[in-house]
Design a protein around this ligand. Structure first.
Ligand code: FMN
Length: 182
């Protein structure tokens, strides 16, 4: 993978999910889009929102080969901000099929930060969405941000290593460099 982009969908731009991203990517200069800074409205059957920031964002995303979705776990699932983004992909099946087709063959990885418990079935939505869109699902890294559960804290290093390996992210000191600007 040489060309990743991160889509951050948290209710705060510099919270735990952003920290989880930083733990994974280290010094790699991977482009990041913060959904908080854009105006992307919920799906509308009449496509009344077609002129908001969604289509320009997708036009940017299709230039990359790997999409990294970063979301906190809110009530056992992705954030509402991220869900709105996913719902709006429906626009690409109807009014911008040309753009929808450009998603085929892309890869998708998820970074999820959580505070209390691993959410059951969290990955199913992403896996099935990828299957539907012809996108390769690479997996999810769950990064624990709490301080009470020692097992989760121990698992964090594995979660971070998993993401680095899959994406793959190689730091400057290494002899091999896959990811750009690392
Ligand atoms: C509205 C809300 C719902 C949450 N629901 C869960 C949950 O279901 N499971 C969990 O493990 N943590 C839950 N948390 C904790 C967050 O997942 C955790 O603090 C996360 O790292 C927050 O990331 P952020 O700072 O980017 O928002 C919730 C937090 C909030 C604010």
């Amino acid at each position: 993978m040489a060309n990743p982009i991160i889509i951050l969908g948290s209710s705060r731009s510099h919270g735990n999910t952003r920290k989880a991203i930083n733990q994974i990517i280290g010094k790699c200069d991977i482009p990041l889009v913060d959904l908080n800074t854009l105006s992307i409205k919920p799906y509308d059957y009449e496509y009344l929102n077609k002129s908001d920031d969604f289509i320009p964002l997708i036009e940017r995303i299709v230039e990359f080969d790997t999409i990294i979705l970063a979301t906190p776990v809110y009530w056992y699932t992705m954030s509402a901000l991220m869900k709105i983004f996913i719902d709006r992909i429906t626009d690409l099946l109807d009014i911008r099929k040309d753009l929808g087709r450009k998603l085929r063959g892309k890869k998708l990885f998820v970074i999820a930060s959580f505070g209390t418990s691993l959410p059951k079935g969290f990955e199913d939505t992403f896996e099935q969405t990828c299957q539907y869109l012809g996108v390769e699902y690479l997996g999810t890294s769950f990064v624990y941000v709490g301080e009470n559960d020692e097992q989760f804290m121990e698992n964090n290093q594995q979660a971070i290593e998993k993401a680095k390996l899959i994406l793959p992210i190689v730091e400057k000191s290494s002899t091999q460099r896959y990811a750009p600007s690392c």
